[in-house]
Design a protein around this ligand. Structure first.
Ligand code: C5P
Length: 423
């Protein structure tokens, strides 16, 4: 690969400019995005045109700037819809408190928020406002909402503000915004060529044809991990236990409702995989036998013998070095998270373990958000807040990809593909 290639070559980016004293910095942003190879279009709010004219941007981009929601393009199509459809990313910079509030509630009264809302690509938001507005609970809540949509928010800097005060609220430097966008697209194909197996959801261990022993796992975390890997170019197999969400398109789905069927599916696909993520909540026990007929109530107590299920991930860890994938487990813990998670990492012979809390304010099960800590052999590797599960998935892939590649480059070809087992 040619590393001299401009990092945004082939990307179409819309810069959405709103009205702020920082509006003039959008001119530099457009220049830098162009220098990085992007084709840039500009959309502006009416307020933005009072700070910098559309002519400035049109001269730079040699394309019409969209300033009117009702405008048609040269082909008589609605300009903001066409742009939104085509853009790989929309970057709203500067984004005023008002623009952020509008995006958070889905108001599309100007071309900038309309394109951000209608776009199919990534949305990047670079706020600029007075410090009081930036730290107001309404803005904080709106920014969190945008993050929840998967938008990338580039934090404003600290310094002198237009009001004469000093504080947080200065638009991030245009170069910083461009770097963030380059990273965004660098990542979007960073798992290209990798075969990744993800297990998700809970298993259901049958007692009879109707009843089972199961757990509350929704599968949302594992599905988000599979989707993020797919979007980053990997070829993904999802081994699906019981899911309360739809399984994603664009991945190979293998249904595995019981621990036994999940074991079979994982052991079949793991030797051909580069990375296996076991996010499934596999039942530790199963009834020793499932009744062929529905168990009847006869007034007497019912005794069920439970036998331990095989530890699937530990079996994968024991695979011969030539076929053993890089291996990530999950640990759901109610207490002593670090000690339990690192104990499991060691005992099961994993490369990484993702720990999350069950019960309490950060209950991971079934929710749309998750607060996780990732542990490697050297200890805790992360300090992440509570995040939407898709964002957790993206951060996990950043970390896993780094580790996986680091290990690939530091081992000779005959060395194990994953960490050495139970040392
Ligand atoms: O021991 P515990 O169930 O807490 O370990 C959790 C990790 O081990 C998860 O990655 C889970 O998918 C995996 N596991 C497994 N087979 C089992 C039990 C758990 O692969 N029987």
């Amino acid at each position: 690969m040619n590393d001299d290639r401009p990092r945004l070559a082939g990307r179409r980016i819309v810069v959405g400019v709103t009205g702020s004293i920082a509006t003039y910095k959008a001119v530099t942003l457009v220049r830098l995005l162009q220098q990085s190879g992007a084709t840039v279009d500009v959309a502006m709010t009416r307020a933005a045109t009072r700070f910098v004219t559309a002519l400035t941007f049109e001269s730079l981009t040699q394309r019409p700037a969209v300033t009117d929601l009702m405008a048609l393009d040269a082909d008589r199509r609605i300009a903001h819809v066409e742009l939104a459809e085509a853009a790989d990313a929309v970057v709203v910079a500067p984004a005023t408190a008002n623009a952020i509030a509008e995006m958070a509630v889905g108001l599309v009264r100007n071309p900038v928020t309309a394109i951000a809302c209608a776009g199919r690509g990534r949305v990047v938001v670079a706020p600029a406002m007075d410090a009081g507005m930036w730290t107001h609970p309404a803005t904080e809540r709106n920014v969190e909402t945008l993050r929840g949509f998967g938008y990338l928010v580039i934090e404003p800097g600290f310094g002198a503000l237009a009001s004469g005060l000093t504080g947080a609220g200065r638009l991030a430097e245009p170069a910083t915004i461009v770097e963030a966008m380059e990273r965004l697209f660098a990542r979007s194909g960073d798992l290209e060529g990798l075969r990744i197996v993800v297990s998700a959801g809970g298993t259901r261990e049958p007692l009879d044809p109707v009843r089972f022993i199961g757990n509350r796992s929704s599968g949302k975390m594992g599905v988000a991990i599979a989707e993020a890997a797919r979007d980053r170019g990997a070829s993904v197999t999802l081994i699906a236990g019981a899911l309360s969400v739809a399984s994603p398109g664009g991945v190979t789905v293998v249904e595995a409702p019981t621990a036994a069927s999940m074991r079979e599916a994982v052991l079949r696909s793991a030797p051909g995989a580069d990375i296996v993520v076991m996010a499934a909540a596999v039942s530790d026990f199963a009834p020793s036998r499932a009744s062929q007929r529905k168990i009847k109530r006869d007034g007497a107590p019912l005794r069920i013998d439970l036998v331990p299920n095989p530890d699937i991930i530990a079996e994968v860890a024991e695979m011969p070095a030539e076929v053993r994938p890089f291996l990530i487990g999950f640990a759901a813990e109610t207490n002593d998270m670090e000690a339990n998670a690192t104990g499991k990492l060691r005992d099961k012979g994993l490369d990484l373990i993702v720990a999350n809390e069950i019960g309490g304010p950060f209950d991971a099960i079934g929710s749309d958000e998750n607060k996780v800590a990732v542990f490697g052999r050297e200890g805790n590797l992360t300090d992440w807040p509570m995040l939407p599960k898709r964002q957790v998935a993206e951060r996990l892939w950043d970390l896993i990809a780094d580790r996986y590649r680091g290990q690939e480059s530091s081992t000779d070809p005959s060395a194990p593909r994953g960490a050495s087992r139970r040392s």
